[in-house]
Design a protein around this ligand. Structure first.
Ligand SMILES: Cc1cc2nc3c(=O)[nH]c(=O)nc-3n(C[C@H](O)[C@H](O)[C@H](O)COP(=O)(O)O)c2cc1C
Ligand code: SF4
Length: 475
């Protein structure tokens, strides 16, 4: 079903009102959009040049040893030129067994040189176009993919509902406390290398169903890293503490935090629409979920965690939700699902509203900690109007764009110059990028992922090959 049928901003706004998506509001005046998005933001000791962020967007196009490939370079060259002043570099594994696919970036002694050169190229292009890169902040996202690691899943805790959805047997062995402790040092080494490569900031990725967020929700895990919140926070606390001990204030610390895990969804075989798994309440799993009604967020623990992060010296938070593996409509409100997946179980405007509601409440509760908002791309060309409104009302500090940046990396420059986006170029949330991400039938074990409809030069041919490979697989 087509949801985005609006001819103008007024139609979109009145549909949001009709649906009760009361946080989805817009700055209508293009001049004000320009000036609001151009506002600098103080992050720790650094004044970031404007309020536009590009979210981490994995391209699955590295080499088998984790170095950036040709398409990775191309993506960051485009981002460096885009005009956004906060560039969040994609998920980069801290060790080999934490990679989600064979071509995910992986930072180690053999790849740090290439990562540094790619970063410098990004900055150089930015400098050439905008005169300076001192006010450009690049964050490297450090990750361990946990149960989504390939080929071997690394599971930090069992949740029968998530296990069923992700193909993990109930008796699959959990990563031990001692291994988790060793992993702390891998994060520290990765952060040290990121600093050596020239990054001024790292993100300890704690979202989207990967290892760190699963631990935050590991209420049923026994031992030092599970149970009470203090234990569930142990890995994150130790990683942050050890990085600060090693590098002091030389590296800014950031966290992308999944603030609402939600429940796994399945495709209804008759309607094709997503339905939540059958569950029993109280639901003793997950992070940010209301145990009495896990379809709703409960931000009590989320706020406790953010309070801790602030006190441990974290300077920037990127607010996200959901898991692309078990409830993609939560994290990435979409128009069309990726092949085989479910149709959205709610109007995507309600998904956008959830993002804005959660991020708005958190930013207002923690005004001294700048936050990046997520979930704007479904709004297509009007995402800039929504971003400006949220910033102007103090409901977020950075307007962050994910899929929209793959489709149209120059969106930031356009927004800053004209206060509006070109409808012909913006992402239409058709989800071909996720389709590519799920395709493994490639000589390197993974197809690169980007935006075939709006970046034909980069991905038109790749899409054709992926479709052909998929057909061959089915035969
Ligand atoms: C192809 C693709 C790759 C992504 N890679 C990452 C990633 O590396 N790290 C991350 O935290 N989120 C990743 N995301 C999630 C996005 O950063 C973002 O949260 C999501 O797309 C919703 O924002 P949007 O509505 O602006 O697209 C990815 C999403 C897509 C579609
Ligand atoms: S393939 Fe392109 S248009 Fe489709 S969701 Fe991804 S970025 Fe947007």
């Amino acid at each position: 079903m087509k949801h985005f049928t609006y001819q103008n901003l007024h139609e979109l706004q009145s549909d949001a009102e009709r649906l009760g998506a009361s946080r989805v509001r817009f700055e209508e005046d293009a001049q004000r959009v320009r000036s609001i998005l151009a506002r600098p933001v103080q992050v720790g000791g650094l004044r970031v040049g404007n309020s536009i962020a590009i979210h981490p967007m994995e391209g699955c196009d590295g080499s088998l040893d984790g170095a950036p490939g040709e398409l990775t370079w191309r993506r960051y060259e485009r981002y460096g030129s885009s005009g956004a002043k906060l560039l969040w570099f994609e998920a980069t594994a801290v060790r080999a067994d934490g990679r989600a696919n064979t071509r995910q970036l992986w930072i180690h002694a053999g790849t740090v040189g290439d990562l540094g050169r790619m970063l410098e190229r990004t900055r150089q292009l930015h400098r050439e176009i905008y005169g300076a890169a001192d006010d450009l902040l690049e964050v490297l996202q450090l990750t361990h993919s946990g149960r989504h690691s390939a080929p071997r899943k690394v599971v930090p805790s069992h949740n029968p509902y998530v296990d069923a959805k992700t193909g993990v047997p109930a008796d699959y062995p959990l990563i031990s406390d001692d291994e988790l402790e060793r992993l702390e040092d891998d994060y520290v080494e990765a952060a040290r290398l990121a600093h050596a490569a020239g990054f001024r900031a790292v993100d300890i990725k704690t979202t989207h169903g990967y290892l760190m967020i699963e631990l935050l929700g590991a209420k049923r895990r026994e031992g030092r890293y599970g149970g009470p919140l203090e234990n569930r926070l142990r890995l994150l606390r130790n990683v942050i503490g050890k990085i600060r001990a090693a590098l002091g204030d030389r590296l800014l610390l950031c966290v992308r935090l999944g603030c609402f895990d939600g429940l796994p969804y399945y495709k209804d075989p008759e309607t094709g629409v997503g339905v939540p798994c059958r569950y029993e309440a109280p639901y003793p799993y997950g992070f940010g979920v209301d145990p009495a009604d896990p379809l709703r967020e409960d931000l009590t623990e989320v706020k406790q965690v953010i309070r801790c992060l602030e006190s441990w010296g974290v300077k920037l938070l990127n607010v996200s939700s959901g898991s692309p593996y078990f409830n993609p409509h939560v994290g990435r409100p979409f128009e069309k699902p990726d092949e085989g997946n479910y149709e959205p179980p709610e109007h995507p405007l309600l998904g956008v509203d959830r993002h804005f509601r959660i991020a708005g409440e958190l930013q207002q509760e923690f005004p001294d900690l700048p936050m990046v908002g997520t979930g704007y791309s479904w709004l297509q060309k009007y995402c800039v109007n929504a971003g400006a409104k949220n910033i102007d009302e103090g409901r977020i500090r950075f307007f962050g764009v994910g899929r929209g940046s793959l489709a149209h990396p120059d969106f930031a420059r356009e927004a800053l110059e004209r206060g509006e986006l070109d409808e012909r170029k913006v992402c239409k949330t058709l989800t071909f990028c996720t389709f590519l991400m799920r395709q493994k039938n490639h000589p390197m074990g993974q197809f690169p992922c980007g935006c075939p409809p709006f970046d034909k030069e980069g991905y038109g041919q790749i899409m054709k090959q992926a479709v052909a490979a998929k057909r061959a697989e089915k035969k």
